[in-house]
Design a protein around this ligand. Structure first.
Ligand code: IYR
Length: 223
């Protein structure tokens, strides 16, 4: 077994006065509360450098044993986007015509979704988040830890960074989505986790008129 000596450096985090902390936390909540999932995108281009910053923000998330068990595949190629759209729609057609339960379809009614996924070709970028179940070192397999938790956190950071840039996204989960692994030629240790179109919203786009749970339902304080 190979061992690594721990090595520590000074933590250079930010600190604020209580008043600043109150203001910042409130403002950040109000800012994040404006985020909405958007299903209709503009084809307006976004500089790739913005996407690089967003992905590197996502990759700053904590992960089990700092294994960073993720890969972010960014697709802007029209040909690959078309392939992804066609494969996703094929699966979604089956989902909406028998694979999803009546209850599930009813739960989706407020969102007016169906099997058509035009945004997969229209959005300038598709970010396909892959989780890495293990790493290979030569012939040796090394398992990663808390992979779903870690990649879920990174995806949360990704959505926050997208919102911060003034762009919109949809956390899309075509199911099953193994076709992404094939189309993008990803290795065996990677599995698709989320498919996230990113771009500007279409002009005049509307979003479902739904509310978020109030504080009293999501925050329980044990004093
Ligand atoms: N994957 C399908 C269905 C779908 C499921 C859930 I849960 C949603 O929140 C939204 C859609 C689709 O993308 O249409």
């Amino acid at each position: 077994m190979q061992t690594t000596e721990p090595s520590f450096i000074a933590y250079n985090g930010l600190q604020f006065s209580t008043e600043e902390m109150l203001n910042r936390s409130k403002e950040y909540y109000e800012f994040m509360d404006k985020r909405r999932s958007v299903r209709v995108f503009s084809d307006k281009q976004v500089p790739f450098e913005v996407i690089e910053h967003i992905v590197m923000t996502a990759s700053s998330a904590p992960s089990g044993a700092h294994k960073q068990p993720w890969t972010f595949c960014v697709v802007s190629s029209p040909e690959i986007k078309k392939k992804i759209k066609e494969a996703a729609e094929e699966e979604e057609y089956e989902n909406y015509h028998g694979r999803m339960s009546e209850e599930w379809l009813e739960d989706l009614e407020p969102f007016a979704t169906d099997w058509h996924k035009p945004f997969l070709e229209i959005a300038p970028y598709l970010i396909v988040v892959f989780k890495r179940a293990y790493e290979m070192e030569g012939e040796e397999k090394h398992k990663n830890y808390y992979v779903n938790e870690s990649v879920g956190l990174a995806a949360g950071f990704l959505l926050t960074a997208i919102h911060n840039a003034g762009l919109v996204a949809l956390t899309h989960t075509p199911s099953p989505m193994n076709f992404l692994q094939e189309i993008l030629g990803r290795p065996k240790n990677e599995r698709p986790f989320l498919l996230i179109p990113v771009g500007y919203p279409a002009e005049g786009v509307q979003v479902p008129n739904i509310d978020r749970k109030p504080k009293g339902q999501v925050l329980i304080h044990y004093k």
